[in-house]
Design a protein around this ligand. Structure first.
Ligand SMILES: Cc1cc2nc3c(=O)[nH]c(=O)nc-3n(C[C@H](O)[C@H](O)[C@H](O)COP(=O)(O)OP(=O)(O)OC[C@H]3O[C@@H](n4cnc5c(N)ncnc54)[C@H](O)[C@@H]3O)c2cc1C
Length: 421
């Protein structure tokens, strides 16, 4: 049997659930389909291994959708300071005091109440699914993935794993980096695998929840600390945190073999001395990291958003923030198309969406690549330069603040050339 909708959103991760909610609120009949089960959240369980630093821009968008209060109620960690430093050792490092190579961004000097919130992905996804389910216009279907597509001139028909069919004017592919929709629509991608991979480790540490997150750069990759919430009455005086360890696939494969106590010892020796005392490793997961960009954001009745359209190096944690910007932009184009009386898949509006989002996503991709290449080598002049660069950034607060505001998602546009450091 075929069910009719205006729009089918394939993929109910954070980005797909957001766009489905926003379009449902605008009165479109939307089906939100995910091959995984509906998200769940139990505050009594250890945190999700996947956490994201949500920018102030994402917070505003989630407020507009009505999801932010539920996210706050489930738990977020606000961060007001971000410390970044170079941890590489090289003969030339002796010439440069560590503090010269360190930059601390704080909310007050960026004229912002905070830099962002660290939120477990399951929390954001759960809050958005709640909002989607509250809309009479949105139908959520979980545990039933998209397997086939008829991208026709009059309508699209999406077939799900259980054989049911959904017809619509527009299909939004929000099904992540390995997007099936992208493949079914015949949209190619360019892909570059980075030499590094990322391991995310959930840990408990002794001490209160901090409002600072930090990233130390080693030649083999960055190591980051993201504080989460208190570990509760069961572990008095302890808090949860997420560590991210970027390294070569060989090194991460070695770390994966270690039992939890051995991994804990390894972290204590390999992470910077600023790390609080760890008491327990809860879970770990490693992710290959690649830069991907779809050749086109739309084809026929299919349009891509979020990781289905692009993935970037996660080192400044901007992936989902870009996805939310795609979602907000696409929503407004679809509303424009409706106002103009056009087909919702009218190429003119979808092309406008791509014209706005492709350059913005590409800029962030290139900015992350510049960071990655600057910090992932041991070549002395580059090493010296980057330390002086961080030193220069300290000396030029205005320029630094402009760059930082962009990298942290406080500003959606990068500073003009004259402000670059
Ligand atoms: C180590 C690491 C750390 C990161 N840290 C950050 C961070 O701090 N901040 C940040 O902004 N970003 C971060 N990111 C990136 C961020 O996780 C992604 O950009 C974000 O999850 C993308 O969201 P999405 O909804 O587009 O895709 P996904 O989260 O991948 O969701 C896709 C959804 O589609 C569903 N699906 C897949 N196939 C089908 C199908 N055939 N039919 C139906 N449904 C389907 C899946 O079940 C899933 O629910 C990080 C990434 C990594 C690897």
């Amino acid at each position: 049997m075929t069910h009719a909708f205006d729009i089918v959103v394939a993929g109910g991760g954070m980005v797909g659930a957001a766009v489905a909610t926003g379009l449902g609120q605008s009165g479109f009949r939307v089906a939100l389909v995910d091959k995984a089960g509906a998200p769940t959240f139990d505050p009594a369980t250890p945190p999700d291994i996947r956490v994201s630093a949500l920018s102030a821009g994402s917070e505003r968008y989630l407020q507009q959708l009505g999801a932010w209060s539920a996210i706050l109620a489930m738990g977020t960690t606000v961060y007001r300071r971000l410390a970044v430093w170079d941890q590489a050792t090289h003969p030339l490092s002796k010439l440069i005091p560590r503090r010269l190579g360190e930059v601390v961004f704080d909310a007050a000097s960026l004229s912002a109440p905070h830099l962002g919130h660290i939120v477990e992905n399951r929390v954001t996804q759960q809050a958005l699914w709640q909002c989607a389910n509250e809309q009479p216009t949105v139908t959520t279907l979980s545990g039933n993935g998209v397997i086939a597509l008829n991208n026709g001139p009059e309508q699209a028909i999406v077939t799900l794993e259980d054989g049911s069919e959904l017809s619509c004017q527009l299909v939004i592919g929000a099904d992540g980096a390995q997007s099936r929709l992208r493949e079914l629509a015949g949209i190619g991608i360019s892909r570059d695998q980075y030499a590094q991979q990322a391991m995310v480790i959930s840990v408990r540490y002794r001490g209160p929840v901090e409002d600072i997150t930090w990233q130390g750069f080693h030649p083999s990759g960055p190591r980051a600390f993201l504080p989460l919430h208190s570990a509760g009455d069961g572990y008095p005086g302890e808090s949860w945190a997420s560590l991210v360890w970027y390294d070569s696939p060989t090194e991460l494969a070695r770390l994966k073999q270690l039992d939890k106590d051995a991994l804990l010892r390894e972290i204590q020796t390999q992470f910077p001395e600023d790390l609080p005392t760890l008491t327990h490793v809860e879970a770990r997961a490693s992710f290959p990291i690649a830069r991907q960009h779809a050749h086109h954001y739309h084809h026929g009745r299919v349009v891509l958003i979020g990781d289905a359209a692009h993935t970037i190096n996660p080192l400044a944690g901007q992936g989902v923030n870009l996805g939310f910007q795609d979602a907000a932009c696409l929503q407004s184009m679809i509303r424009e198309a409706q106002r103009a009386g056009s087909d919702l898949a009218d190429a003119q509006w979808l092309a406008r969406y791509e014209q706005q989002r492709r350059p913005a996503n590409r800029r962030m991709m290139l900015a992350m690549d510049a960071f990655y290449h600057l910090f992932s080598n041991r070549i002395p002049p580059v090493h010296l330069l980057r330390n002086l660069g961080l030193g220069a950034a300290r000396a030029l607060p205005f320029a630094r603040n402009q760059v930082a505001r962009y990298a942290m998602g406080l500003d959606e546009k990068p500073p003009s050339r004259s402000h670059h450091v």
